[in-house]
Design a binder for this molecule. Structure first.
Ligand code: NAP
Ligand code: GLV
Length: 325
């Protein structure tokens, strides 16, 4: 292992000294990710790759990286990696679940509150000198307390959002492929419903599923048609779960009242996107897990997965444990 070669696709918010003692480590120093062609060159003779969600890890890259023993991603989502292709090659893939759950739920809650109470519009109103008096109907929004929250994907982050909602006396509905245990439902006061039912009844809808072939464009015109005209959509999961054109139409023709996105399709959102012209939309640059503590723990967990893979040990957080069968 002392002769192991590692490539890390960006500077990480943690100390790499321990790693450098046992391996030769190259870190991509730029702010932007390495271009795909550069990544292909880098993987040629490395044993371990530590990558981010901005890196495209496809079958060709795995073929070129014939010496790879492990791929470790510093993120919980791994839709940028072709997992079946890694599994066929018996290549373990690591990710970082749990340590970013609260940070991402906090950002979700910040977006929900900001969209409901029009915080971004209000800030712009103030800075542009329009605040001349107190007005009875200035920048009104819906109540959050007592409203119905629909959670699509009641996993780690969805459940953490539900815990925040319970402090606001919200009624909680959720849609998963399979219902959670009764114990979880009771602890959260959450009711399992079909997606259509959730869309029709919710004042706020928040998305927390992974991106998969099943969830790509899960939100399109047919789904917005079913939502309340007063509803607000929050997406902190993955951009392509929402069809951006259908979202633009829904926000401009009154199918829904507002939306807040931490993730877009594509990322970054193009500056000429029609969505950016809308005052009933908030967009943040994929910062769900961006608390100092969460990002530090994600980096440490990604390194732990990498080290285990180099040693031939089972990864502590493996996406494709079938490789060990
Ligand atoms: P998780 O614990 O695996 O939860 C995912 C939930 O989605 C599960 O409850 C799952 O339940 C449900 N689900 C999966 N497919 C579904 C479908 N087709 N329809 C309805 N529900 C479905 O994952 P997590 O840790 O909460 O993370 C969720 C996602 O958030 C990640 O995959 C990542 O893409 C995103 N994320 C974004 C940020 C950010 O910075 N914005 C940060 C962290 C994570 P069933 O399998 O029973 O359906
Ligand atoms: C961030 O988006 C993650 O999946 O960790």
């Amino acid at each position: 292992m002392s002769s192991s070669k590692i490539f890390i696709t960006r500077n990480l918010p943690t100390n790499l000294d321990a790693l450098r003692q046992i391996a030769s480590v190259e870190v991509w120093p730029e702010r932007e990710p390495p271009p795909y062609q550069v990544l292909l060159e880098k993987v040629k003779d490395i044993d371990g790759l530590l990558c981010l969600l901005t890196d495209q890890i496809d079958p060709h890259l795995m073929e070129v990286g014939a010496n790879l023993k492990v791929i470790s991603q510093m993120a919980v989502g791994y839709d940028n990696i072709d997992i079946p292709a890694a599994t066929v090659r018996r290549l373990p893939v690591g990710h970082t679940p749990g340590v970013l759950t609260n940070a991402t739920a906090d950002l979700t809650w910040a977006l929900l509150m900001a969209a409901a109470r029009r915080v971004v519009e209000a800030d712009q109103f103030t800075r542009s000198g329009q605040w001349t008096t107190w007005e009875p109907d200035l920048l009104l929004g819906p109540d959050v307390s007592g409203a119905t929250l629909g959670i699509v994907g009641l996993g780690r982050i969805g459940q953490a959002v539900a815990r925040r909602a319970s402090g606001f006396d919200m009624k909680i509905l959720y849609a998963n492929r399979t219902p959670c245990s009764l114990e979880v439902e009771e602890a959260l006061g959450a009711e399992f419903v079909e997606l259509d039912d959730l869309l029709q009844k919710s004042d706020f809808v928040t998305i927390h599923t992974p991106l998969s072939e099943e969830t790509r464009h899960l939100f399109g015109q047919a789904q917005f048609d079913q939502m309340k005209p007063t509803a607000i959509l929050i997406n902190t999961a993955r951009g392509p779960i929402v069809d951006p054109e259908a979202l633009y139409n829904a926000l401009t023709n009154g199918q829904i009242a507002g939306a807040a996105l931490d993730v877009t399709d594509p990322e970054p959102i193009p500056m000429d996107s029609a969505l950016l012209s809308l005052s009933n939309l908030i967009v943040t640059p994929h910062i769900g897990s961006a608390s100092r503590q969460a990002r530090g723990k994600m980096a440490d967990m990604a390194i732990a997965n990498l080290l285990a893979g180099l040693k031939g040990d089972r990864l502590p957080h493996c996406v494709n444990p079938e490789v060990y069968q």
